[in-house]
Design a protein around this ligand. Sequence first.
Ligand code: CP
Ligand code: NVA
Length: 310
Amino acid sequence: MIKHFVGITDETPETFIKLIKRSEFWKKSVKKGNVQQILGPTKNRTSSKVIAMIFQKPSTRTRVSCEMALHHLGGRGLYLSPNEIGLGKREATKDVAAVLGRLVDGILARVFSHSDVLELSKHAGVPVVNGLSDAEHPCQILGDFLTMLEHGWRPGKGKLAFIGDGNNVCNSLIAGAALTGTEFVWVGPKGYEPDKKFVEFAYQNGGKIILSNKISELKGSDFIYNDVWTSMGFEDEANKRRKKFKPYQMNSKVMELVPSAKILHCLPAHRGEEITDEVIDGKNSIVLDQAENRVYSKMAVFERLFCNHK
Ligand code: CP
Ligand code: NVA
């Protein structure tokens, strides 16, 4: 059966923790300069594995980390910009999937609608990776758990909070927290709660989860995660959201409640909006570790999809 990586809710505690550990392994291998090029030519294959990277939205980290992961592993990426494929417009998503499945070895897709990632995975006949949809950002969250591991987090321990919009990143984080036995708190304005499906997934997996509108619930958190108030695709709501989310800015006053908490942000950040300069540039910020770790988590994903790892 063809394997995909489209959402954290497809994982079990064992498979997810294994991916985190493999991400750590790949980071060490890259640092030592000793990486086995598992996607490169082999005795039985003369060419490298090639991944088509469909981007319906802009990207820095996802695109570059994907290309770097492939570079380290001896594979290749083909960037397809928002102007090219026209997913579901120029051509039916199903047809794009089937055609790319004949041309390349795998697909990474950043899309507006999660249903497009599912449609690609249904019809491509090759592995599909979700590079961010409106529902999930699984590659991001995998790298973030590696980052937290490096900063003292361990499975079954710790309290992780998310302040702001209950968006795609938050959804994946809830699922990851539940699978790893990490206490989870969401704090944000009414009407912007995380998707019920992910909250339900957390409960079904024994997750300890609190949803609150009170900043005081952040107290005792080991990690606080922050993301933009207006995700890509919701730009029409930006003004309304700025007003709603203002009380939930990650600033030095909030830091007084959680002086030792590490601060995460998937980036790009809107400085001065959801997070202030002194917090994102402060001593507790681990956002650059997160960005770097995107490479190693993708290596773990490609290893699983192409090298028979569970
Ligand atoms: N965090 C993240 O996915 O960044 P990009 O949008 O730059 O890929
Ligand atoms: N929630 C953000 C994440 C960007 C990496 C968005 O979807 O735009």
